[in-house]
Design a protein around this ligand. Structure first.
Ligand code: MN
Length: 251
């Protein structure tokens, strides 16, 4: 029996995780371990300065008052420790895109990243756009992709970052991440006591138009699948900077 661990960063009560769990139940047993409140843009963070609480909501549904990474770690090292190990981790469905440079802020992607660090094939799924989101096509595709990954496997350490465009879907593109034009709208205002505040708002929504990248696939109506890995080493720079090995330490 296939066992799938599901998490997200929008919280266990979000519409996206409900849709994901429902679709994946057609493939195997689903165990949901997800944050009790929204953890968007918490990236790969861990909670170390306070204890975590696990609440069982119903059979196979657990909430944790922490981050997506906390959830996957607790699920694999504690909650599911004595049962069969999950075959796969799926994180999402995120309410909004996780493309290009924004992948590194993403709690959704981090949930899958944590799964891959534990040696499990892992997938992050996001729906591009704004409210109202339509999770049906992304949920259906997630179930299809899970079956493909179970049948064919993934390269060791690889996770898949899947983004589903709004509207009609033309197909699938395997893509590298693109880069965004780094401009963020900062909302400025005054709190009730008259002090200034700054609230991080939206991205500029423009990207550097390099052919074939994730942004382009979405823009053209394709589902984008980007293989990612935890190794952040810049392998180009490794060769270029190799001669720095000869740096003599000055005293
Ligand atoms: Mn989110």
């Amino acid at each position: 029996m296939t066992r799938i661990l599901v998490t997200n960063d929008d919280g266990i009560y979000s519409e996206g995780i409900t849709a994901l769990a429902a679709h994946l139940q057609t493939v195997g047993e689903v165990v949901v371990v997800a944050p009790s409140s929204e953890q968007s843009a918490t990236s790969h963070s861990l909670t170390l300065t306070r204890p975590l609480r696990i609440t069982k909501l119903k059979e196979n549904w657990y909430k944790v008052d922490g981050t997506p990474t906390d959830c996957v770690m607790l699920a694999l090292s504690h909650i599911l420790k004595n049962g069969p190990r999950p075959d796969l981790v799926v994180s999402g469905i995120n309410h909004g895109a996780n493309l290009g440079d924004n992948v590194t802020y993403s709690g959704t992607v981090a949930g899958a990243l944590e799964g891959s660090i534990y040696g499990l094939p892992s997938i992050a799924v996001s729906v591009v756009g704004r409210e109202p989101f339509h999770f049906e096509p992304a949920g259906r595709f997630a179930a299809q992709l899970v079956q493909k990954v179970l049948a064919e496997g993934l390269p060791k350490g690889t996770l898949l970052n899947v983004n589903v465009p709004p509207g009609e879907i033309r197909g699938v593109r395997i893509t590298p991440t693109g880069t965004k034009v780094a401009e963020t709208r900062i909302v400025e205002g005054r709190d009730p006591r008259g002090r200034r505040y700054y609230w991080i708002g939206e991205d500029s929504a423009t990207w550097h138009e390099v052919p074939g990248v994730d942004y382009e696939a979405i823009h053209q109506g394709y589902i984008s699948i980007t293989p990612l890995r935890n190794d952040l080493t810049d392998h180009r720079a490794l060769a270029e900077l190799k001669h720095w090995d000869e740096i003599q330490i000055e005293n």
